[in-house]
Write a protein that binds this ligand. Structure first.
Ligand SMILES: Nc1ncnc2c1ncn2[C@@H]1O[C@H](COP(=O)(O)OP(=O)(O)OP(=O)(O)O)[C@@H](O)[C@H]1O
Length: 301
């Protein structure tokens, strides 16, 4: 059985009459990356601030490796590392000096420092002053800092905010690598599905303080395509005889296959005297699902 390293149990946050987070429930296990996604103002940062003990929970609980953030905060915090908003670093010190300083105050060990530097790929610039770092390098240093005390759970609030496409890809790679190699339970928040879909195993969609759905991310490379032809039935028979997952819906022919199989499918149909007028991707991906869910619930930013 998988160990749940972080459990969010019916968490609510109310300030006055305003409900900032409603009945939040999910678990994340070691080795898993959970994407926490929602439009601006949905309640992601508020939820994350409660998970790391920066603000009080109105009702419910967060358990980190079994320790309640409410009743056993000290033990809970030993098992969690986070970047909430921007990582705070001393610009006049080198990357290495910053890590050494934070290791000292967090009770982490110095032997971890070199390993963390390697994981986030900062070896070439670790002895440069942080004032010379790009935003992406500061984020990577922040990730290393969050891992210094070897916590089981890592939480990164909008880690790709303000980064260019290369920086975004690097952060994605490092996060995925940490989950796989170090078996950490990782929560990553974002307001852009395309940014986190690639690294997450599951995604929680939040809007107007409500968790609308938790979806598995389909890691298969197969997609749904619409094949334009007038010989619908003959094409369907041909595809099925060749073991392709295919169907006719609303007078249109669909096939589920890998992108690389497209030329082979077209060749097969043409060899069976079926005329093809087009081949269009029709996948109902997570981005569609996110837009559908967040649009359906009406008001909100
Ligand atoms: N201390 C507070 N008092 C009252 N309202 C607050 C407080 N903090 C946040 N809010 C409100 O709670 C809602 C959720 O804010 P939060 O920052 O959690 O959203 P978010 O999903 O992280 O947004 P973003 O993607 O823009 O960072 C917003 O409407 C915000 O204005």
């Amino acid at each position: 059985m998988k160990e749940n390293n972080i459990e969010i149990l019916n968490v609510n946050k109310k300030i006055g009459k305003k409900h900032l987070v409603k009945e939040l429930n999910f678990n994340v296990s070691g080795g898993e990356v959970f994407g926490f996604i929602g439009p601006n103002g949905a309640g992601k940062t508020t939820a994350i601030r409660m998970m790391v003990g920066l603000i009080n929970i109105s009702s419910g609980d967060v358990r980190i490796c079994g320790h309640s953030i409410i009743t056993n905060k000290k033990e809970a915090l030993k098992n969690i590392g986070a970047i909430v908003e921007k990582p705070e670093m001393y610009p006049f010190m080198t990357g290495y000096q910053n890590l050494k300083f934070f290791a000292e105050i967090s009770g982490g060990t110095f032997k971890n420092i070199q390993e963390m530097i390697d994981i986030v790929g900062l070896h070439d610039s670790i002895n440069d002053k942080v004032s010379t770092y790009s935003l992406g390098m500061k984020q990577r240093l922040g990730i290393a800092q969050a891992m210094l005390h070897d916590p089981k759970v890592l939480i990164f609030d909008e880690p790709t905010n303000g980064l260019d496409p290369v920086g975004i890809r690097e952060i994605r790679q490092y996060i995925r690598r940490i989950a796989i190699e170090k078996k950490k339970a990782i929560i990553v928040s974002s307001h852009l599905m395309s940014e986190i879909e690639l690294i997450c195993d599951r995604i929680g969609i939040i809007k107007n303080s409500d968790l609308l759905a938790v979806e598995n991310v389909n890691k298969t490379s197969e997609k749904m395509y619409n094949i334009k032809t007038v010989q619908l039935q003959s094409a369907l028979n041909c595809l099925r005889q060749n073991q392709y997952n295919s169907m006719i819906k609303n007078e249109q022919l669909f096939i589920q296959c890998d992108y690389k199989e497209i030329p082979e499918v077209i060749r097969l149909l043409v060899n069976h005297q079926i005329d093809i007028y087009g081949f269009e991707e029709k996948s109902h991906n997570l981005e569609d699902r996110y837009l559908e869910l967040t649009a359906r619930t009406g008001k909100g930013k």
